[in-house]
Design a binder for this molecule. Structure first.
Ligand SMILES: [Zn+2]
Length: 334
């Protein structure tokens, strides 16, 4: 075969494959055009196992939901968090253009399941809520002003943190001070006033009436009290993922599931008399709600679920809903 005929054959081959390529391209283009004309990209949204609609933008909708969890509907400065138990799932699909997406309805359906929690502070006199204030600094301010005025009832006043689904009505600082102030009795045998650290909360440690054991072994990675960003309601005990967590005392499991408020897989045990213990961020749960557990029973495996930076157990002791410093009862002096 001559060189010329090889070149000819090659050109014919190229022409053939080029024609084929063009045909395929046109077909793809026509199919795409039909898709674009009649169909649109959308997401099937499932919530709690059920299809609740179609949304046009998964990222926009999820961003709105996340924003809601963080801020709720308002810019209320007392909003602590919104608890939405379940988040929707999305599946990409092509939807006939005639079918409307309903992002707004889906958003409303998801957030309607949310429970908003507010955080504020109660000023108590003799363990009874007298006034509510918005911020901890306001509460401290009131205690300090009463101290400066040498109010006679300082030992009966304390600040208690409240998390509630209803926001209390707040009282102005000066009104709280004048309402709480108690004059010292007249006979002025100057009392031996020992200036103590101004911390009304730390003076009051409720007696649980039960003994607790340390629920998990590990190192204390974060303590109870005021942190830079939030008020830490528990004690963090860090160890490796899977470390067994035990019931600190006997009681009934009242919660054992994923908590979207930041606790991750959470166990709550009720010990009666308003005493509860919380165990957060678990990787596995070994108990179910309604189950009775004895002190020391394994209830969960350590993890890092929820808002957590590494495997640890977030342990809380609450008395009538108020978080207490766990180190007054367990892990003392650690
Ligand atoms: Zn914690």
């Amino acid at each position: 075969m001559s060189n010329i005929s090889i070149v000819k054959k090659t050109i014919v081959n190229i022409r053939h494959s080029l024609r084929f390529f063009i045909c395929v391209s046109i077909a793809v283009f026509i199919i795409a055009a039909i898709l674009i004309v009649f169909y649109k990209k959308a997401y099937i949204v499932k919530y709690n196992g059920e299809i609740i609609g179609y949304c046009s933008s998964k990222s926009k909708l999820q961003e709105r939901i996340n924003k809601y969890i963080e801020n709720g509907n308002s810019d209320n400065e007392n909003l602590a968090y919104v608890d939405i138990e379940i988040l929707p799932t999305y599946n990409l699909t092509f939807l006939k253009r005639s079918i409307e997406t309903n992002d707004e309805e889906i958003y409303n359906a998801v957030i309607s399941s949310g429970i908003t929690y507010y955080k504020y502070f109660a000023i108590q006199l003799n363990e009874e809520d007298k006034y509510y204030v918005s911020k901890y600094t306001d509460a401290e301010n009131i205690v300090q002003k009463l101290k400066d005025k040498e109010s006679n009832n300082m030992d009966k006043i304390k600040i208690v943190e409240r998390y509630d689904t209803n926001l209390a009505s707040f009282t102005a600082i000066d009104d709280c001070v004048s309402g709480l102030y108690e004059e010292k009795p007249k006979p002025k045998s100057k009392p031996k006033y020992t200036p103590s650290k101004s911390n009304a909360t730390s003076q009051y440690i409720p007696n649980l009436g039960i003994d607790m054991i340390e629920p998990v072994q590990g190192i204390i990675s974060s303590r109870f009290g005021i942190r830079r960003r939030d008020n830490h309601k528990g004690l963090d005990i860090a160890n490796s993922t899977g470390t067994t967590i035990h019931a600190a005392a006997s009681g009934t499991v009242t919660y054992a599931k994923y908590n979207s408020g930041g606790y991750g897989h959470l166990v709550i045990i009720s010990h009666g008399n308003g005493i509860q213990t919380y165990y957060g961020h678990n990787s596995k749960l070994y108990v179910t709600p309604g189950q009775y557990v004895s002190k020391g029973d394994p209830i969960a495996a350590m993890g890092s679920t929820g808002i957590s930076t590494g495997p640890h157990c977030h342990f809380e002791i609450r008395v009538n809903g108020t978080a207490q410093n766990p180190q007054n009862y367990v892990f003392r002096g650690r």
